[in-house]
Design a protein. Structure first.
Length: 307
């Protein structure tokens, strides 16, 4: 019998505790929601329940994030995160999924599709990282030496009431979209935990540098030419330029592009009804990608599919 009720669960993978949210098991195609850097599965709270009817939805806390374990010796590379998602799907007896990645999670989603095409039905990139070099100054600074000490000092010296007051004031001023302000506040709150703080710094140093994003997945977008791809961005995004998403659409002319007017870096949180309808329509209206060896070889070599 299908279990449609949202559940918060834990599973032990390779001796490490992984937390995830799940709803709609047995209801339909699986959608794997991948959050961004210094976030958690709660990023998807505005759309999670609504997606459950008719879809099997899994939203994990990545290693070092949320309620999942944050080992000092964890693999916080893109490849490590992608492998962790593959292992979670395998452990949950899920053969294939539509991978939805937000921000840094978009880079992970692309890496997942490259490494594990046999598990990948579709790819959805929401305000995705990994598509260009430019990045907001605050995230570029996270790759500098001494970042962990700065974050530790900020977390210990700034009392919770002051962080809450600053959060409320930022909402009143309205200089940035509300969801962007909420995302920054959530990230700052997580840095009070030593393990999460360390995981953030290790991840940031692997993916970022003082001048911008270290990793550029645009050069391998051709590997997604036979995969249904949905690109989503907000035209007020100040974290990752919308131009990156537009350029990705130019490289993948068969992809679907949706720009959310008035939205910032979290378009799914700012316009949840539109996002839910869009994702459902995309899953229902596209055939899953072929995940066999021949399809992968064609993509790598750039050989057109016949028929």
């Amino acid at each position: 019998m299908a279990d449609q009720s949202p559940q918060e669960r834990e599973i032990l993978l390779h001796g490490q505790r992984v937390s995830y949210r799940e709803t709609g098991r047995g209801e339909g195609p699986t959608v794997l929601l991948v959050h961004g850097l210094a976030a958690s599965s709660r990023t998807w709270a505005p759309v999670f329940d609504a997606l459950g009817g008719g879809l099997h939805v899994i939203a994990p806390d990545l290693l070092g994030h949320g309620a999942s374990e944050a080992p000092r010796s964890g693999d916080y590379s893109l490849g490590g995160y992608a492998t962790g998602l593959r292992d979670l799907l395998a452990a949950l007896d899920v053969d294939r999924a539509t991978i939805v990645g937000h921000s840094f999670g978009g880079g992970i989603a692309m890496q997942f599709a490259h490494q594990f095409p046999e598990f990948t039905e579709r790819v959805v990139l929401v305000s995705s990282g990994g598509l260009g070099h430019d990045l907001t100054l605050a995230l570029r600074a996270a790759s500098l030496p001494g970042t962990e000490l700065v974050l530790r000092s900020a977390a210990s010296l700034t009392p919770p009431w002051m962080r809450r007051a600053a959060h409320r004031l930022a909402h009143r001023v309205g200089a940035a979209p509300r969801s962007d302000i909420d995302g920054v506040h959530t990230a700052l709150e997580t840095f009070a935990d030593r393990g999460t703080r360390g995981a953030f710094v290790q991840t940031a140093r692997g993916a970022l540098e003082p001048s911008g994003q270290r990793l550029d997945g645009a050069q391998r977008l051709h590997l997604l030419e036979e995969v249904p791809v949905l690109l989503v961005g907000g035209n007020r995004d100040r974290v990752i330029p919308l131009a990156h998403t537009l350029a990705a659409h130019d490289r993948l002319p068969d992809s679907r592009l949706e720009v959310f007017d008035g939205a910032g870096h979290f378009p799914h949180a700012e316009q949840p009804d539109r996002f839910v309808g869009l994702l459902r329509d995309f899953v229902d209206g596209t055939a899953p990608a072929e995940g066999d060896r021949d399809a992968l070889r064609r993509r790598i070599l750039g050989i057109p599919r016949v028929g």
